[in-house]
Design a binder for this molecule. Structure first.
Ligand SMILES: NC(=O)c1ccc[n+]([C@@H]2O[C@H](COP(=O)([O-])OP(=O)(O)OC[C@H]3O[C@@H](n4cnc5c(N)ncnc54)[C@H](O)[C@@H]3O)[C@@H](O)[C@H]2O)c1
Length: 424
């Protein structure tokens, strides 16, 4: 007989649960820090009785976070933070094996995507956990009835934090939110190494192109862009970077990449990757200059970095030539290939970040939820950084798990660094 969780969910196919369970366990092997937090949560129950709605990419790593939160006493429900990022076997296992209601189906249309967000909010959360601020913005626009219950939230990604900071600046943010993205143990590793590797993985899985020798154009040299550029170079690509920030542009140039405008790069590239968090970075004027066969994709949070309507308007036809590869034929017969509908290519065509890096990101999520539960009464309606003590503790635990020891300051060194009169 079906459990109430199995009835109150919306996933693709519950018979996929066994495959999902095995893959969730596989990811857990690379998530020792989250594993330690989970063990403590089981004993201490810091989230006991709290309703928590999470809107995250439904991956094996997220499953391990959801399990840790549940074991800490929270009543967790999960929906997707992107229509293409759900792993259906994981969603099935969370429902069937873990009793966690999930509302997410890979490839869901926009209407279903927002219905699933509504379903997660019907849980009447006291804590929200977002990747892109969709729960927070829906609550503030159409579900203000929920505000009385909410003690606070957490946010995973750069784009979500930008949205939240502008809400706080305008004085419209109604509860405190912790920016997990700002933790060093998050963006230094997740955005750089996680996005770097998984973006190239997504492109290769979708196209099976040999990257060596190709021109790869990367728009944005932030944490993610740096990671992708170094991985693409490692695979033998000739990397071009476009930027709007002069300092980042110098950094890219001194890291050894060619830096130019997107218009200058448009006739040169074989593969284009946007990762700016901005909109309309690749537009009609760029498509008009691109080579026959150019591949265009995005790894930024929203699917607005590539002007897809402009590409459609320039095309006489389009067809799917491989999974996640849409071939657009332009008036002059050139073909441009759009990957993963312009959505996060690392999650659409690959599996997102490897578990080892999500170990630290989700350790921050779990400990931030615990911090929120403990200290919400003292927090204002603002965006807070993850407390430094949590960030450093996660770094220490991760280093331990990697079997790496580092030196400690001697008392003499501590005194030297603390004193203004030394060093003369
Ligand atoms: N794919 C993933 O799994 C994943 C993971 C983490 C973050 N993200 C998303 O990736 C995006 C970038 O994140 P980040 O942490 O690197 O942010 P960041 O702020 O560190 O970097 C963004 C960079 O883009 C540049 N930029 C802005 N507009 C531009 C334009 N028109 N042309 C060229 N460059 C431009 C900015 O100057 C900045 O250097 C965000 O949307 C973030 O949410 C995706």
């Amino acid at each position: 007989m079906a459990t109430s969780c199995e009835v109150n969910c919306d996933v693709k196919d519950l018979t996929l649960a066994n495959k999902g369970k095995n893959r969730i366990e596989w990811a857990a092997r690379s998530m020792p820090v989250l594993g330690l937090i989970r063990e403590r949560f089981i004993k201490e129950q810091p989230l006991k009785g709290l309703r928590l709605s999470a809107c995250l990419h439904v991956t094996t790593e997220t499953a391990n976070l959801a399990i840790a939160l549940r074991d800490g006493g929270a009543q967790v429900v999960l929906c997707a933070s992107n229509p293409l990022s759900t792993q259906d076997d994981v969603a099935a296992s969370l429902v069937k094996d873990c009793g966690i209601p999930v509302y997410a189906i890979k490839g869901e249309d926009n209407q279903t995507y927002y219905q699933h967000i509504t379903a997660a909010l019907d849980h009447k959360p006291q804590i929200t956990m977002d990747d892109g601020a969709d729960l927070v913005s829906t609550i503030h626009s159409t579900r203000r009835d929920l505000l009385d219950n909410i003690i606070g939230g957490t946010e995973e990604t750069t784009t979500g934090v930008i949205r939240l900071r502008s809400m706080a600046k305008e004085g419209v943010l109604e509860f405190p939110v912790i920016s997990v993205n700002d933790a060093d143990t998050k963006h230094l590793f997740d955005n750089r190494y996680g996005t770097g590797q998984s973006t190239m993985d997504g492109i290769v899985r979708a196209t099976n192109l040999l990257v060596a020798g190709l021109y790869v154009v990367i728009a944005g040299y932030g944490w993610c862009g740096r990671g992708i550029a170094s991985r693409a170079r490692g695979m033998g690509a000739k990397v071009i970077v476009t930027e709007i920030d002069p300092t980042k542009a110098i950094e890219a140039a001194m890291d050894g990449f060619q830096v130019m405008t997107m218009k200058e790069a448009a006739p040169l590239g074989d593969i284009y990757i946007t990762v700016t968090g901005n909109k309309n970075v690749i537009t009609k004027e760029h498509f008009e200059l691109m080579k026959d066969g150019a591949v265009v994709c995005n790894s930024g949070h929203f699917n607005v970095e590539i002007d897809i309507p402009a590409l459609e308007s320039l095309s006489i036809s389009h067809r799917e030539v491989r999974d996640f590869v849409e071939e657009y034929t332009l008036h002059d017969k050139r073909k441009i290939h759009l990957l993963g509908e312009g959505r996060l290519i690392n999650l659409a065509a690959a599996e997102g970040h490897p578990a080892s890096v999500m170990d630290m990101s989700f350790a921050n999520q779990a400990l931030s939820a615990e911090y929120m539960a403990k200290f919400c009464k003292t927090l204002e309606k603002k965006v807070y950084a993850v407390p430094v003590a949590i960030d450093k503790e996660i770094a220490r635990l991760k280093l331990d798990s990697m079997g790496i020891c580092i030196d400690r300051l001697t008392p003499e060194q501590e005194a030297y660094l603390a004193s203004w009169s030394e060093g003369t």
